[in-house]
Design a protein around this ligand. Structure first.
Ligand SMILES: Cc1cc2nc3c(=O)[nH]c(=O)nc-3n(C[C@H](O)[C@H](O)[C@H](O)COP(=O)(O)OP(=O)(O)OC[C@H]3O[C@@H](n4cnc5c(N)ncnc54)[C@H](O)[C@@H]3O)c2cc1C
Length: 485
């Protein structure tokens, strides 16, 4: 669980109130090149090591080291075991001392208020928006009691507060995992009930409002837990509406229908004027396009605004293994190319809807894939969508594919970095899961490594030539002094 941060202390410490500078940091220089060739394929090549000029020498070396480690499949595939082994051998203190400046610093914003503020400040100055993510997640068999879910709620509310109270972004967003507030077991039960029962969104909205609703198919204790869970989510909605856009994560197919039902109920309640609650669509699922179309239809029928986080999907291996074990058809597209087509299809669908009604639909193109980003940018231009408008933005994880994020930001697009925060202990399970989920991306980060290396060489050359010049100048002065005497 994330350590709690007290809001008043936080606002005292973070005195620098930065307005987002997505369009103002670099664009004049960057965009002048664009005037000669306005095709996104030409100006979004993501090959400019300048994107890394803003990184310190240590940050360059750290990123290179971490990505090099991530290029060994054996390390990434077994990182959970390796971490717990190292922790046992080194002891907690030593283990933290090794992890903190390396892997942790690469992918996590920090633990203390000052560390988080520093990271956010830096991100804002680069034209990137932070999208805070409390790294709490639970899977089956990891359920905790009602008290723990209430503590998670406090951490989430603190995240809402931090997201909007510091001026880190003019359109703040955060991520939310429903399984941090409602037990995964109940989500699985609800998912299986949804195969035969229809749950009216109004029923869930009534429960959020505090009515004692009886949900069909649940035992008394399950019903009570769902009521508590919905009230917790209601508090998040009330705290964030008109302030922070809350992006609900998609998880495993054995619980996603329940998560979507709850998210749609939140949308129904809080998205009347604008999309404050968003849902995530995983395009690696064969049914992703239909799920998206159904959700769009529901939002039209029930008159609420609709926000989408579009991802390829993070749980491929586990989904496939489970389907095989249970003798079910694999829910995942058979190849990366099929997932790609599905992503492109959903992307185009949403962009068209946004072009028609930008006040009702919003989307974050959450991917590290350069081709998907270029495609989105090309369609945006064709449809006349503003790059720094609120309706379409881009998202990548902190510490990953900075060359994509920084290039987009330099060209005036709205870019969010998903930012986890918390102690090493709190974020370790998050780091292990993310490493495994993103190992295809991590292992393919060759281009980012090349760009980092180029920037490192440039700096070393610059340093050497500067010190050579200084030595020459020194010798000349000595010679001069000798002559004078
Ligand atoms: C801001 C942000 C928020 C996110 N939120 C979520 C979330 O809520 N839920 C979630 O599940 N994920 C989430 N993700 C992770 C995301 O789903 C991907 O795992 C990750 O971003 C890699 O996909 P990509 O498009 O960046 O990279 P790419 O390298 O283009 O694609 C890799 C992805 O393609 C798919 N793929 C790879 N091989 C195959 C194959 N053989 N057959 C079929 N498909 C294949 C997998 O989904 C894999 O992760 C999020 C990512 C970001 C950046």
């Amino acid at each position: 669980m994330c350590s709690l941060l007290r809001p008043p202390a936080l606002s005292r410490l973070i005195c620098v109130r930065l307005k987002t500078m997505a369009a103002s940091q670099f664009p004049a220089a960057k965009r002048s090149g664009e005037l000669n060739n306005p095709s996104p394929a030409a100006y979004l090549r993501f090959e400019d090591p300048q994107a890394f000029r803003v990184k310190s020498l240590w940050e360059l070396i750290r990123a290179l080291g971490v990505f090099r480690l991530c290029s060994f499949p054996v390390l990434v595939n077994n990182c959970g075991k390796l971490m717990s082994f190292s922790r046992r051998v080194l002891g907690k203190r030593c283990f933290c001392m090794v992890l903190r400046p390396s892997v942790y610093a690469q992918f996590v914003a920090g633990e203390t208020e000052g560390e988080i503020a520093d990271s956010m400040q830096k991100m804002s100055s680069l034209g990137l928006h932070p999208m805070l993510a409390v790294p709490i997640e639970e899977d089956l068999g990891e359920s905790t009691g009602e008290k723990r879910y209430d503590d998670n709620l406090s951490a989430m509310l603190e995240c809402v507060f931090m997201s909007h109270s510091n001026g880190w972004s003019n359109n703040p967003m955060m991520q939310l995992k429903i399984t941090a507030l409602v037990s995964p077991e109940l989500c699985v039960k609800l998912t299986s009930l949804l195969k035969t029962e229809l749950y009216d969104l109004n029923l869930l909205v009534k429960a959020m409002d505090g009515e004692e609703v009886l949900f069909p198919g649940l035992t008394e204790s399950e019903n009570t837990h769902l009521l508590f869970g919905l009230r917790r989510l209601n508090k998040i909605g009330e705290a964030s509406v008109n302030k922070v856009r809350v992006l609900v994560d998609a998880e495993y197919t054995y619980m996603n229908p329940a998560l979507s039902l709850i998210t749609m109920a939140m949308m129904k309640k809080f998205n009347q004027q604008s999309a404050w609650i968003w849902n995530t669509y995983q395009c690696y699922l064969k049914e992703s396009r239909n799920l998206l179309l159904d959700a769009v239809q529901t939002s039209i029928n029930q008159s609420f605004c609709f926000g989408v986080k579009l991802v390829r999907g993070a749980y491929m291996d586990k989904e496939r293994k489970l389907a095989e074990k249970e003798g079910r058809t694999d829910p995942i597209h058979e190849s990366w190319e099929h997932t790609n087509d599905s992503y492109n299809g959903c992307l185009e669908l949403m962009l068209k809807l946004i072009a028609e009604k930008p006040e009702r639909y919003m989307m974050i193109v959450a991917t590290h894939n350069e081709e998907s980003v270029r495609r989105a940018v090309t369609h945006m231009a064709e449809l006349g969508l503003h790059r720094d408008g609120n309706s379409v933005c881009f998202g990548q994880l902190l510490g990953m594919c900075d060359h994509v994020s920084l290039t987009l930001a330099q060209h005036g697009f709205s870019v969010y970095k998903s930012v986890p925060y918390g102690s090493v202990d709190d974020t370790l399970p998050y780091l292990v899961r993310r490493a495994q989920e993103n190992r295809t991306v991590l292992q393919g980060i060759r281009k980012e490594r090349d760009l980092l290396r180029q920037e490192l060489h440039r700096r070393l050359k610059e340093k050497i030539s500067r010190s050579t010049k200084r030595n020459c100048a020194g010798n000349q002065t000595k010679g001069q002094v000798g002559k004078d005497f």
